[in-house]
Write a protein of this length. Structure first.
Length: 413
């Protein structure tokens, strides 16, 4: 995002930095409930703008840096641009789905809907200098799936594409079928691609979807957590990939009359338990335990919690305003740190600032845009209780300030 664009956004969505999430007075709580949405939107657009603006102008490959682990630069250059698009779209999509209006936010939403349309159209056009790689290597399957997930989350974005552009998207998604997924969470990437094809063309490979769903049912470990393949991995992949894609792929099947609603309900019950665990992982200062792979996805570690808030299916234990307050704290800790963005507005590798050593060999600049999925609740209207209810302490903040908190229990099944 250039300086002028950011200045315009800041004027449209004014907030005070640093955000005072600890205010206790009633009027401060009411103000914070309003400021949270403005803050979230300003940060989300700061993330998304460089990617969408460049690709809409066919200049993504020319302008996006590709930071990666030493020795991985050449391999990542052929995949990082689709990473950036797919991951940006999957987080931005719910906000784009809201209706346009005459408010400052509504006008921005219409602008970014058009930018997203142009970016996708250029990315799937073989004649474009920014034509993206959907077939070479393994990584394109991952990011075809994130793009597909974004389109599932925003039918409005799909409809904004012309018939010819839609046909090119379908061709690109189908092309990713040449990539064989790993025997782990990657099965869900194939399933998510097919879910989008089923939703928008009426025809997806149900065998790929069924296999992914059945295997994850087999890999369920209990208390709301799935293995990443047969083994359990102590990381955030239940939120980065597994539960969000599993829920939404099954929901597409249910909508199409090809799966039983009871399957979705059982998966949702597990997801709700995992959301409770996620909320409790957020420390009083907005930090969270830094363990496992892919920490450079920053606040994207809480996609599942954000998705249940967006879909208004949070468990009874989690009040929407409590989740908003917790996620706001996480976003601030992971996105406001110095050097999170480079001088031209591109994300840099790290969890809290620029920390290149946190990036695995499969991490590059485009990978980092999965942080956008923490912002899914922006798809709720500004009038929703998630946004207008006064700020509420989350579980860790309650416990470590001496407040009385109910016990926590595992679930069966």
């Amino acid at each position: 995002m250039n300086r002028r664009t950011f200045t315009q956004l800041a004027a449209a969505f004014p907030i005070s930095f640093p955000f005072n999430s600890g205010a206790k007075r009633a009027n401060s709580l009411e103000a914070s409930a309003i400021d949270d949405r403005a803050y979230w939107l300003q940060i989300l657009l700061k993330i998304a703008d460089p990617v969408l603006s460049a690709l809409a102008q066919n200049r993504l490959k020319a302008t996006m840096p590709v930071e990666s682990a030493p020795g991985q630069e050449e391999g990542r250059k052929v995949v990082s641009h689709l990473e950036a698009l797919g991951r940006t779209i999957t987080g931005l999509a719910p906000w784009l789905e809201l209706d346009a209006d005459d408010t400052a936010e509504g006008k921005q939403r219409q602008r970014y809907l058009e930018l997203a349309r142009k970016a996708i159209a250029n990315g799937v056009n073989p004649q474009s200098p920014d034509y993206l790689n959907f077939t070479k290597g393994g990584q394109p399957l991952v990011d075809a799936a994130f793009l597909a997930h974004g389109l599932v989350r925003s039918p409005k974005l799909w409809k904004a594409l012309s018939a010819d552009e839609q046909a090119l998207v379908v061709k690109a998604l189908q092309a990713s079928r040449v990539i064989k997924p790993g025997y782990n969470n990657w099965l869900l990437f194939s399933a998510m691609v097919e879910a989008a094809l089923l939703k928008y063309t009426g025809s997806g490979d149900e065998l790929r979807m069924d296999y992914a769903i059945r295997q994850h049912q087999n890999w369920y470990k209990g208390d709301g957590a799935y293995g990443d393949g047969p083994d359990f991995h102590w990381d955030y992949y239940n939120s980065y990939v597994i539960q969000p894609m599993l829920l939404d792929a099954v929901y597409v099947l249910v909508e199409a009359g090809k799966a039983d609603k009871t399957l979705y309900e059982s998966l949702l019950a597990r997801a709700q338990r995992y959301a409770i665990v996620q909320e409790r992982l957020i420390a009083a200062d907005g930090s969270f335990a830094a363990f496992g792979r892919s920490l450079a996805y920053r606040c994207g570690a809480f996609q599942l919690l954000a998705q249940l808030a967006l879909q208004k299916v949070l468990p009874p234990e989690l009040a929407p305003a409590q989740v908003r307050s917790a996620l706001t704290a996480v976003i601030k800790r992971t996105m406001d740190a110095p050097n999170t963005f480079d001088a031209k507005g591109w994300l840099q590798i790290g969890l809290c600032g620029h920390q290149p050593s946190i990036g695995e060999t499969y991490i590059s600049t485009g990978s980092l845009y999965l942080c956008s999925v923490a912002f899914l609740p922006l798809g709720l209207p500004a009038s929703d209780p998630f946004w207008v209810s006064p700020a509420t302490d989350w579980t860790a903040k309650k416990i470590w300030s001496g407040q009385d908190v109910k016990t926590d229990h595992a679930i069966k099944g």
